[in-house]
Design a protein around this ligand. Structure first.
Ligand code: NAD
Ligand code: UDP
Ligand code: UDP
Length: 350
């Protein structure tokens, strides 16, 4: 049976009482907000594969039905088109709260739409997170927030440890994202302390892989799409700023371990392998097209100079560390991008 639910408002409700975590092999009922997005859809694949029932709640702002379409015939899968800014009634055991307009083009390059940015980022992160915490409180579900390394801002400590409070400009162009996520973390801890909600917080560092939005402006997707289309790779600033890139399957493993484990966090989930943007461009060239050109462009305001996770805490308390280095993960993403950009390879430039 095809179990797809369309239309906004209150979504579908599963029946039955809460399944104790100890009996999870009977199958949990799990809601994944933002489950039609890049990370969410890979998480859904894993949860469905291990036998759980999954409800995806997504407004398709940056997500796509295509990312989860392969589950439509599965009776353990449901898709609800819903904006988490509106209240939602469901009966579930676990909530993975990923919903967030996570694409940088929307906050960095669209000053005209400042108010829209506020609506999108702040409302989703604050009101949306509040609603999902209210849901967790009402049904006694465990709640996991996907926060971000952006809570560290332009960090003055390197690498970043979870105890570092960050260096965030509260009035800058990217504050709606950074401060939105910081508030989401605050709300999560308040519901934990004040209402005994079982919570988990992940601080995700730059992640890449198949199903990433092709034109959302993030650096890995930009470089890969540009190299495939025979366009110059756009390096912002001098290209000496660093990021640490994690393959999506490593992240999904970390998120599941965090949800199932006994520790609240926050936990950094990222790959400590650190690259300058020029080094990243070089790896993309080696993987796709050694003749690709580089074009320098002005950088955006408040761009963090360095970013690299200290993952000692996740290693120790979750027994987790990434296993896929950039040079192994990138080719897996490239075949997906090639397929999506060129379809049956008809228009591949020579
Ligand atoms: P994505 O844009 O692919 O996925 C986000 C999903 O949320 C999309 O499907 C989108 O349609 C949905 N969404 C947005 N606003 C919504 C709303 N109001 N109601 C319902 N659904 C809504 O991004 P992603 O990379 O998969 O990110 C997933 C989560 O991980 C986000 O919370 C993001 O902040 C976090 N994160 C990602 C990275 C990364 O590098 N990918 C890094 C740090 C944090
Ligand atoms: N909420 C929801 N689904 C639920 C329970 C609550 O969407 O199953 C929303 C509710 O509409 C509210 C928010 O979560 O806006 C916070 O709920 P809580 O009960 O914590 O606070 P209150 O409703 O008392 O303000
Ligand atoms: N960047 C770049 N070229 C691009 C897109 C981004 O050089 O086409 C740079 C950007 O200035 C930043 C880094 O790559 O220094 C990572 O940017 P992204 O938006 O992917 O992630 P975030 O800044 O959120 O870490």
């Amino acid at each position: 049976a095809r179990r797809v639910v369309y239309g906004g408002g209150i979504g579908g409700v599963n029946s039955g009482g809460k399944v104790p975590l100890g009996l999870k092999r009977k199958g949990l009922r799990i809601v994944v907000t933002g489950g039609a997005g890049f990370v969410g859809s890979h998480l859904v694949d894993r949860l469905i594969r291990r036998g759980d029932s999954v409800i995806v709640v997504d407004n398709f702002f940056t997500g796509r039905k295509e990312n989860v379409m392969h589950h439509f015939a599965n009776p353990r899968f449901e898709l609800i088109r819903h904006d988490v800014v509106e209240p939602l009634l469901l009966e579930v055991d676990q909530i993975y709260h990923l919903a967030c307009p996570a694409s940088p083009v929307h906050y960095k390059f669209n000053p005209v739409k400042t108010i829209i940015s506020f609506q999108l980022f702040y409302k989703t992160n604050v009101v949306g997170t509040l609603n999902m915490l209210g849901l967790a409180k009402r049904v006694g579900a465990r709640f996991l927030l996907t926060s971000t390394s952006e809570v560290y801002g332009d960090p003055l400590q390197h690498p970043q440890v979870e105890t570092y409070w960050g260096n965030v400009n509260p009035i800058g162009v990217r504050s709606c994202y950074d401060e939105g996520k910081r508030t989401a973390e605050t709300l999560t801890m308040d519901y934990h302390r004040g209402a005994n909600v079982e919570v988990r917080i992940a601080r995700i560092f730059n992640t890449y892989g198949p199903r990433m939005c092709i034109d959302d402006g993030r650096v890995v997707s930009n470089f890969v799409a540009q190299a495939l289309r025979k366009e110059p790779l756009t390096v912002y600033g001098d290209g000496k700023q660093t990021r640490s890139f994690q393959y999506v399957s490593d992240l999904v493993e970390g998120l599941i371990r965090l949800m199932e484990g006994e520790h609240v966090g926050p936990f950094n989930l990222g790959n400590p392998g650190e690259f300058t943007m020029l080094e990243l461009a070089q790896v993309v060239k080696e993987t796709i097209d050694p003749n690709a050109k580089i074009e320098f462009k002005p950088n955006t305001e408040d761009d963090p100079h360095k970013r690299k996770p200290d993952i000692s805490k996740a290693k120790e308390q979750l027994g987790w560390e990434p296993t896929v280095p950039l040079r192994k993960g990138l080719p897996l993403m490239v075949s997906d991008f090639r397929q999506r950009i060129f379809g049956d390879h008809k228009d591949v430039p020579v």
